[in-house]
Design a protein around this ligand. Structure first.
Ligand SMILES: [Zn+2]
Length: 247
C-alpha cells in the first residue's frame, strides 16, 4: 500500500485521538459511582424485602393479639357468670359450690396466662416496629446516597461526553487527511490489536509493541520508498517514519 508521508503522519494524530476516545469510553464504563450504584441497588432490594417481611410479621402478630384478647374476654365472661351464680345464692349443694369455685379459680389462672400471652405479643410487636423503623431509616439513607451518587455519575458522564465530543470532532477532521485504503487498514488493525493500529518508528523501535527492530528490518525500511506504507514485522501494525525514527 502507498500513501503520502504527510498522510502517514496524520495517522499518528488519528491514533492519539482514537486512544483518547478509547480511554474516555473506558473511564465512562468504569466510573467508581457505577459500582457503588449497583451495590446500593442491591442493598435497597434487601431492605425492601426485610421491611415487607417485618411488616407481614407485624400483621400476623396483630391477628394473634386480637385472637388472644378475644380468648381473654371469653374466659373473663365465663368467670363472671360463674361468680354471679355463686353470689346469687341459688347454688346450694356443697358439691356444686366447690365445683363452681374450682372452675372460677381455673378460669382466673387461664385468664392470667392469656393476658401474659397478650403482653408477650405486644412486646414482640414493639420490637418489630422498632426494627421496621430502623430499616426504614436505613432505606431513606440509602436512597439519599443513591440520589447523590446518581447525580455524581451524571456529572462525570456529562464531562466525559463533552470531552469525547470535542475529541470526536478533531478525529473526524484528521480522518479526512488519511486516504480511505490506509484508513481501512488502520481500522482493521486497531480492531485486531487492542486499539492500536499505527505506531511511530522511534529510534529504531516500534512504539506499538515496543520492540527494537533488527538490522534486516531496519534496512528494509531504509530501502523502502517514502510513500510505501511499512509494517512492524513483530506486531504487524503500520509503522510511521518520522525524523526521529533512527534510520
Ligand atoms: Zn511492533
Amino acid at each position: 500500500m502507498k500513501a503520502a508521508p504527510q498522510a502517514q503522519l496524520r495517522l499518528i494524530d488519528l491514533q492519539e485521538l482514537d486512544s483518547s476516545l478509547d480511554r474516555l469510553a473506558h473511564r465512562r464504563r468504569t466510573l467508581a459511582e457505577l459500582a457503588e450504584i449497583d451495590r446500593l441497588g442491591g442493598s435497597l432490594t434487601e431492605l425492601r424485602d426485610a421491611i415487607v417481611g417485618a411488616e407481614t410479621e407485624v400483621g400476623d402478630l396483630d391477628r394473634e393479639q386480637r385472637k388472644a384478647e378475644q380468648d381473654v374476654d371469653q374466659v373473663r365472661a365465663r368467670a363472671e357468670r360463674d361468680q354471679q351464680r355463686l353470689d346469687s345464692g341459688q347454688v346450694t349443694s356443697a358439691k356444686d359450690l366447690s365445683g363452681l369455685q374450682a372452675e372460677i379459680e381455673s378460669l382466673t389462672r387461664r385468664q392470667s396466662d392469656l393476658e401474659e400471652v397478650v403482653l408477650e405479643i405486644m412486646e414482640r410487636r414493639e420490637e418489630l416496629e422498632g426494627r421496621v423503623g430502623s430499616l426504614r431509616a436505613d432505606q431513606a439513607a440509602a436512597q439519599r446516597d443513591l440520589a447523590a451518587l446518581t447525580e455524581r455519575r451524571d456529572t462525570a458522564q456529562r464531562e466525559i461526553d463533552d470531552e469525547a465530543g470535542t475529541t470526536g470532532s478533531a478525529r473526524a477532521a484528521v480522518a479526512k487527511d488519511v486516504p480511505d485504503d490506509l484508513l481501512g487498514l488502520y481500522e482493521k488493525l486497531r480492531d485486531q490489536f487492542g486499539g492500536v493500529g499505527a505506531a511511530k518508528l522511534y529510534r529504531g523501535a516500534c512504539q506499538g509493541c515496543h520492540l527494537a527492530l533488527n538490522t534486516v528490518d531496519l534496512n528494509r525500511i531504509r530501502a523502502a520508498a517514502q510513500d510505501e506504507v511499512v509494517r512492524c514485522e513483530e506486531c504487524r501494525r503500520i509503522l510511521v517514519r518520522t525524523p526521529e525514527s533512527g534510520l
